[in-house]
Design a protein around this ligand. Sequence first.
Ligand SMILES: [Zn+2]
Length: 430
Amino acid sequence: MEVLEVARELVRNVALCDRCMGRMFASLSVGLSNKERGVAIKRALVMEYHRQIKEGSEEAKEEFRKAAPRIGSEAAALYRSLFGEELSSEPCFICGDRLEEFIEKAAEKGRELLTLTNARSFLVGVRAAKGIARAEEQLISRFSLAFAESIKREIKREVGKRIAREGLRVDFEEPEAVLLVKFPSGDAKVQLASLLLKGRYWKRGRLISQAFWPSPEGKKYYSVEEACWSILRLADGKSLSIHAAGREDVDARMLGSGRPMVIEIKEPRNREVDERGAEMAVREASRGVVEVSLSGRAKRGLVRVYKEESKLRSKVYRALVVVEEGLSEAELLRVEDQLRGALVRQRTPTRVLHRRSDVERVKRVLGIKCMLLNSTTAECLIWASGGLYVKELVSGDNGRTSPSFSSILGKRAECVELDVLFVEMPLGSE
Ligand SMILES: [Zn+2]
């Protein structure tokens, strides 16, 4: 069916404002707003009625008399000249004549809200009242309007277009802020996207946890997250969390390469955090026991990469091993020989059984080098596949880990100090 035939069929049945009429043909012609489209269609429609009426069609005149209130202002002049009275229009079947004003007001409100946030990019999200969306869908299907678009899409585009300016652009991929508007109530709010900073952290002291972890008795340990609260203040955000590529025990230091992480700052009002200043603030806040280095923004996907892949990446540890019964160079060499390249079967360590299920896993010791410090103590560098429990590799955990230092020596060995020196970067993270 031709455009005008469809439009005529529409006005025989329902009233549509200019925007809603135009939107029913939204993908026809380019460079027009739906409003312009609607006006053009309505004018052409009125001309066609006029032609038929001029050619003497009483039928067309009668039809126009009924349809004119549904067409609206475009029909007013002809209506007046034909029937000698003013036209009173019917409200739009879909939007109740509220759409035009809504778009202007939502844009104004959105502009104000977004300006307060300092965001540089945004996206408009729209919620339309159920009845409105349903009325529109029914109309589209009843009249087979193949070129129509939804009212939500129109609001999204029109509001976005009005707000966008230099320094505040629409971004569909990773907007810094999402402006949510509700039609027709006009409620509007802004949700700020988190600021994700890529970096690494170092723990130069022991008994520091990664996450801030308050318990009813208060917090037990100082944490890397706490040290980073100074960055939270710089970004003027609401809360902060760390997504790291794995984590070490509370009593283990994180030295050497540092551990890759993403710092997430929720609802930041300042996204221009000076990285060097932030690093210094962390160092000062923690008196040097926690350090971070920052290297720009991270994409959300990196958090997932860290979560999933960190278990698979190898690590290098430094373990201080004590054997109370005494330890010789020859015994240490035996440990090195038997563990180098060895597959180690580990049941979940006794110390974490209360929070993890009891499973057996097989990990590999990729490399090992030990140095005897005195008759009972050795310092060992252990390169292991991700997820190997090093303390248990030393102690044997009553046979739950095998082989182990203890099982090879036939003596009780214990890891009294543990440091992580190197964390292999997850694939695709740099
Ligand atoms: Zn409308």
